[in-house]
Design a protein around this ligand. Structure first.
Ligand code: COA
Length: 382
């Protein structure tokens, strides 16, 4: 297997982007990625997308996107793992380059959610239809149950949840591509509209449009494209029971923990070696459960991390410096790739006001649905 590096990246703004279609979003991010790498061809293309068919009536995305990029003819594959589609696409792009099958691969993620689809029902297709959705559950509802289980087991409070959003919105206020740029207070978060008890509006990721793309090459060819490549040190992927009722512990995300364990094993690294991370904070409770699962906090102690400043810029392990899914936005199929772009920029020292000083090693954690699929990638500055 060859070492693999990211040498270029491109991303649209995230938000309600009514002036751009699904393909426009992809092309904007892809062209920016190609330009930033100075690459003029692709040997392989992976497109992460959760539900183009249900959001905008468009399936068969891989050839469509290759064509609209002016590259019809290249191998192209659409990858789906619900909200982890982008992360799953990144793993396949990594394998394509690591195996020697391709020398220049693009991994992109794209989603167009605001064109009038019944978003709540489309998202719910990523839950267990027979055991959860038929009974009326929604995604905010599933994460509300995870939050209630965490509260019952560890004493997590409404205020602990609110602190996660305060931190995310603070980070997002410094990200020009984020959907939301305004800071929020604990009081505002707690008094915003109740969506699924105990989760309020400001503790939910929004409905978003957007796309993100990165260019992967073998590390030993990276200098042809950039003097600051970022190596993908390793990846872990895992699954768990889909329905919350079938899980060992509804307050824990076992697929995330297993994916992290595999990524640490593949790289020989440990949580203490990570300088900056993006985790899948689709709801405030998700960030708390994810930082426990990847080992940044002990079980039951993730609730204190945002309030204490541990996961804020300047803290021991800054998490979601981009603003995270909460503030940057969550165009579901694009999120896993956008996470990798934040780490790429952090490790190249290009994150501006959000820069984590001296960041050398970064981690991304992306998950699908209520956490039944997860990917963890570990990156390092070369
Ligand atoms: N965070 C902050 N502000 C938000 C927001 C969010 N998550 N969602 C909407 N808003 C804002 C809008 O910008 C709008 O502000 P404005 O009036 O100043 O323009 C206002 O709140 C109302 O927006 P609207 O689109 O009517 O909200 P909604 O009630 O239709 O949707 C949610 C709110 C929380 C239900 C929706 O964002 C949602 O379903 N989020 C979860 C998405 C999800 O499950 N993703 C998959 C995760 S696995």
């Amino acid at each position: 297997m060859r070492d693999v590096a990211i040498v270029g990246a491109g991303m649209t703004r995230f938000g309600e982007l009514w002036e751009s279609s699904l393909r426009d979003l992809f092309v904007e991010a892809a062209v920016e990625a190609l330009t930033s790498a100075g690459a003029d061809h692709l040997d392989d293309l992976y497109v992460g997308n959760m539900s183009g068919g249900q959001f905008v009536g468009q399936e068969h995305l891989a050839p469509l996107m290759a064509d609209h990029l002016g590259m019809a003819g290249i191998p192209a594959t659409r990858v789906e793992s619900a909200c982890a589609s982008g992360g799953a696409a990144l793993r396949l792009g990594y394998m394509s380059v690591a195996s020697g099958m391709s020398d220049v691969a693009m991994v992109a993620g794209v989603e167009k959610m605001t064109d009038g689809a019944d978003v709540t029902n489309v998202l719910a297709t990523a839950a267990d239809q027979e055991n959860e959705v038929y009974h009326g559950i929604t995604f905010p509802g599933l994460y509300a149950m995870i939050a209630r289980a965490h509260m019952a087991k560890y004493g997590t409070t409404d205020e602990d949840l609110a602190w996660v959003s305060v931190k995310s919105h603070h980070h997002g206020s410094m990200n020009a591509k984020a959907q939301f740029h305004r800071e929020v207070t604990v009081e505002e978060v707690m008094s915003s509209t109740m969506v699924a008890d105990p989760l309020t509006l400001l503790e939910c990721s929004p409905v978003s449009d957007g796309a993100a793309a990165v260019i992967l090459v073998p590390l030993d060819q990276a200098k042809k494209y950039t003097d600051r490549p970022v190596r993908i040190r390793g990846v872990g992927q895992a699954t768990s029971a889909m329905a919350l009722a079938d899980r060992r512990d509804p307050a824990a995300l076992d697929a995330v923990a297993k994916a992290a364990e595999r990524a640490y094993k593949a790289t020989g690294l440990a949580p203490k070696d990570i300088d900056v991370a993006e985790v899948h904070d689709c709801f405030a409770i998700a960030e708390i459960a994810c930082i426990e699962a990847v080992g940044f906090a002990c079980e039951g102690e993730g609730k204190d991390a945002a309030r204490s400043g541990m996961t804020a810029l300047g803290g021991k392990i800054p998490v979601n410096t981009s603003g995270g899914l909460k503030s940057k936005g969550h165009p579901v199929g694009a999120s896993g790739v956008a996470q990798a772009i934040e780490i790429f920029e952090q490790l190249r020292g290009e994150a501006g006001e959000r820069q984590v000083e001296g960041a050398h090693t970064g981690l991304t954690q992306n998950m699908g649905g209520s956490g039944a699929s997860s990917l963890v990638h570990i990156f390092e500055r070369v």
